[in-house]
Write a protein that binds this ligand. Sequence first.
Ligand SMILES: Cc1cc2nc3c(=O)[nH]c(=O)nc-3n(C[C@H](O)[C@H](O)[C@H](O)COP(=O)(O)OP(=O)(O)OC[C@H]3O[C@@H](n4cnc5c(N)ncnc54)[C@H](O)[C@@H]3O)c2cc1C
Length: 447
Amino acid sequence: MCELDTEVGGTARSGKNDISAFPWGAHYLPAPLTPKGPVARLLRELGVMGGDGAFAEEALIREPDERLFYRGTWYEGLYLRAGASADDLAQLQRFDALMESLGAARDAKGRRAFAVPIADGSDDAEWTQLDRLSMAQWLDQQGFTSERLKWMVDYACRDDYGASAASTSAWAGVWYFTARLHHAGFLSWPDGNGRLIAELMKSVGAERLQRSTLVHTLERAEEGWRAHALAGPRRTPVSFTARQVVLACPRFVAARLIAEWRVAPPAFVSAFEYSPWVVANLSLKAAPGSRGFPLAWDNVLYGSKSLGYVVATHQRLRASDAGPTVFTWYYPLVGDDLRAERTRLLGTTRDDWEAVVRADLWPAHRDLDQVAERLDVMRWGHAMIRPSPGFVWGRERRAAAEALHGSLHFAHTDLSGLALFEEANHHGVRTAEAALRQLGRSVDSWL
Ligand SMILES: Cc1cc2nc3c(=O)[nH]c(=O)nc-3n(C[C@H](O)[C@H](O)[C@H](O)COP(=O)(O)OP(=O)(O)OC[C@H]3O[C@@H](n4cnc5c(N)ncnc54)[C@H](O)[C@@H]3O)c2cc1C
């Protein structure tokens, strides 16, 4: 296994300081809806899910889980109920009822219209035609005009996809509100999904992982493939041969690695677009004071361009209310011109982001100046595949998942169009099983 970074985990990696571990990217996983499938199986192996389907208490996010800041006060939940009109509430109720019925919808083959992973759901045009619209257009079409509702939906698109409702496929937007309805809660750890990475690493074994090894070329060899890489701080050239290869990097990287694609890039590559993100970890010697609903796991600011922050120490019983902690703050760059967004991001410094974090969080807390100790910032240039209208059910995404010459298998969340742990896991298991079959091993599929 080759990993270019010094740390494993990619966009699910985490960090640690004297106060706590904290995420640098992915930070939660909704509890799986059924005990079937590879995610549930993995969670059982890791001891996060018991044989009875119950989840480990330390991983299942306790209350209060969500709060929203609006005009000087924090409120419970992520929908702004304070000051909502009768029409706002009626629209929310209609939206919830619609999602409830779409969540329960099944196609003629009995598959859920919107399922996780998406490969288990319906591919019938009845539902996939939603992919042609944006989520904002779909809301308009359905007659939803409530600003609060639209803000909540836009927030959801930015949170899960790094794109505004106007740039997110309506299919993906509806998927967010339906595929995981009525899950038993959110699973998270101080290090976010970094915990899942650490557990997976234990079973792989550190000796099988080559860190700091950047694969730059994959070419066909007599019996399969030869990978050329630069290893370690001196960038020493190394190479490996393998009969079967799983390439678990995004398409824009694969297009540069595969020698034959450099000469003739497949048409699908340009359809894959990635949203840039910024993540900041704010270390505090004590949790700051705030007015209204108490500190929750997920703390969101109504009307902000950021997604707010999650609290790394939330699961330490009540300690998060007072003791030292780390806030992980998220900011997706949602502009339509992704190249311009990435250029903008590249031109920013840590201090620029400190100014943004201050403007965002300081007004929502009384005493951040007294308790803030340090701020660390991560810029993610290609953080997440963006499910723009037409992408999830377009030809390109599906063509990109096909193995090359039967022996180079592709895994990565970009092949789903949704950057989520369940999708990464699906492609990992799918490709591992395909490679084993090609090697002549019998496979009792997990899928
Ligand atoms: C800020 C942020 C927040 C997120 N929050 C959540 C969340 O809360 N829940 C959730 O489910 N998902 C979340 N995600 C999505 C997360 O990306 C996925 O869940 C998942 O971790 C992605 O895994 P992946 O395998 O697709 O790829 P990646 O994370 O992209 O990993 C690809 C790996 O390949 C390595 N690599 C690339 N090129 C090379 C090369 N040439 N040679 C060697 N190695 C190479 C990279 O270093 C990296 O480790 C978040 C993502 C971001 C950016």
